[in-house]
Design a protein around this ligand. Structure first.
Ligand SMILES: Nc1ncnc2c1ncn2[C@@H]1O[C@H](COP(=O)(O)OP(=O)(O)OP(=O)(O)O)[C@@H](O)[C@H]1O
Ligand SMILES: [Mg+2]
Length: 275
C-alpha cells in the first residue's frame, strides 16, 4: 500500500506575540504531521494556542519560525495571491467567533467564499441555499446575522465554511454554542465529510465529541503535549451507529422525528446530487 501523503507537516512552528519583555510564544515549537483523510480533535486549556495554530494552518496568519508544508509545498514561498486562492479553493474555516458579516444576509454570507470562484451571482446563491438547507436554515436565508440565535449563527458559519466543498476543514469549536443534540447534528455533518475523505481539524473543549475523531491532540503552552490515534475498534459497533445516525432538525433547530436510514458510503448525498 502506498504511504499516506501528509496534507500538513509542521516542524518547530513558532508564533510570537508582543515584543521584548512582553513577548509571548503562542506556538512554541509545534511538530505535527497530518495525513489526508484524518479527523483530528485538538484539545487543551484556554490560551494554549489552538486558535493561533488554526490561523496559521488556514493561511490567515504567518508563523515567525519553523516550517509549514501544505500538500508538500512550503507555504513561506507562496505569494499573497496563491495563499488567497488556496484558502478559497481548498480550505474551509469555521471561526470561533463566527466572523459573519452583519450587513449581509445569511445567504450572502454563505455565498461569499464562492465570489473567488468566478461563479455567477445566481449560481452562488443557489449553492449557498443548498448548503443552508443541509443545516436546516432555509427559512433564515434573508435574515441578518444579528437576528439569529447563537446556535443558528454557528450553523451559518459552518455552512459558509463548507459551501466551496473544501478538502481541508479547520473548525474552531464548531459546536461551542450548541446544546448536545444540536452539536451531534453538526458533528454528523463533519463525520460525513470525513467519510468522504476530507481532512478535518476541529478544536473542542468537549471530550464527548472526540469520539468522532480518528486522532486526539492535546496542546499545552503552545506545544503538542499528547497525540493519540483512536482505533476504530475501540468504539463498539452499537456506539458507532448511535453516534453516527444523523439527527435531523426542523427549520427552527428543533430535532425532527428520527428516520432509520442507513446511508451507503458510496451513495451520493442529496447535496452532491443537486450540485
Ligand atoms: N492578536 C494577538 N495579540 C497578542 N496575543 C495574542 C493574540 N492572539 C492570541 N494571543 C495570545 O496567544 C495565546 C494563545 O491564544 P489562542 O487564541 O491561540 O488560545 P486558544 O487555545 O485558542 O484559547 P481558547 O480556548 O480560549 O480559545 C494567548 O495567551 C493569547 O493571549
Ligand atoms: Mg481559541
Amino acid at each position: 500500500m502506498p504511504a499516506k501523503k501528509p496534507v500538513i507537516e509542521l516542524n518547530g512552528l513558532v508564533k510570537k506575540y508582543g515584543i521584548g519583555d512582553a513577548e509571548h510564544r503562542a506556538l512554541d515549537g509545534v511538530d505535527l504531521r497530518i495525513d489526508a483523510g484524518e479527523f483530528v480533535a485538538i484539545m487543551g486549556p484556554s490560551g494554549c494556542g489552538k486558535t493561533t495554530l488554526l490561523n496559521v494552518l488556514g493561511l490567515l496568519d504567518r508563523a515567525d519560525d519553523g516550517e509549514y508544508h501544505l500538500d508538500g509545498d512550503d507555504v513561506e514561498r507562496f505569494s499573497g495571491g496563491r495563499r488567497a486562492r488556496i484558502r478559497s479553493e481548498q480550505i474551509g474555516i469555521v471561526f470561533q467567533n463566527f466572523n459573519l458579516i452583519d450587513r449581509m444576509t445569511v445567504i450572502e454570507n454563505v455565498a461569499l467564499p464562492l465570489t473567488y470562484h468566478g461563479m455567477r451571482h445566481i449560481k452562488r446563491l443557489e449553492a449557498a441555499s443548498a448548503t443552508l438547507k443541509t443545516f436546516h436554515l432555509s427559512e433564515r436565508e434573508y435574515y441578518l446575522p444579528h437576528q439569529l440565535s447563537g446556535g443558528q449563527m454557528q450553523r451559518v458559519a459552518i455552512a459558509r465554511a463548507l459551501v466551496n466543498k473544501p478538502s481541508l476543514i479547520l473548525a474552531d469549536e464548531p459546536t461551542g454554542n450548541l446544546d448536545s443534540r444540536s452539536s451531534h447534528v453538526i458533528m454528523e455533518e463533519l463525520a460525513e465529510l470525513h467519510r468522504r475523505g476530507n481532512t478535518i481539524l476541529m478544536v473542542t473543549h468537549n471530550p464527548n465529541l472526540t469520539s468522532y475523531a480518528s486522532r486526539v491532540i492535546n496542546m499545552l503552552d503552545g506545544r503538542v503535549a499528547s497525540d493519540k490515534k483512536i482505533r476504530v475498534a475501540a468504539v463498539s459497533e452499537e456506539q458507532t451507529i448511535v453516534l453516527r445516525t444523523p439527527k435531523k432538525t426542523t427549520a427552527s433547530g428543533e430535532l425532527a422525528p428520527k428516520k432509520a436510514t442507513k446511508k451507503k458510503r458510496s451513495k451520493k448525498t442529496a447535496k452532491e446530487k443537486k450540485s
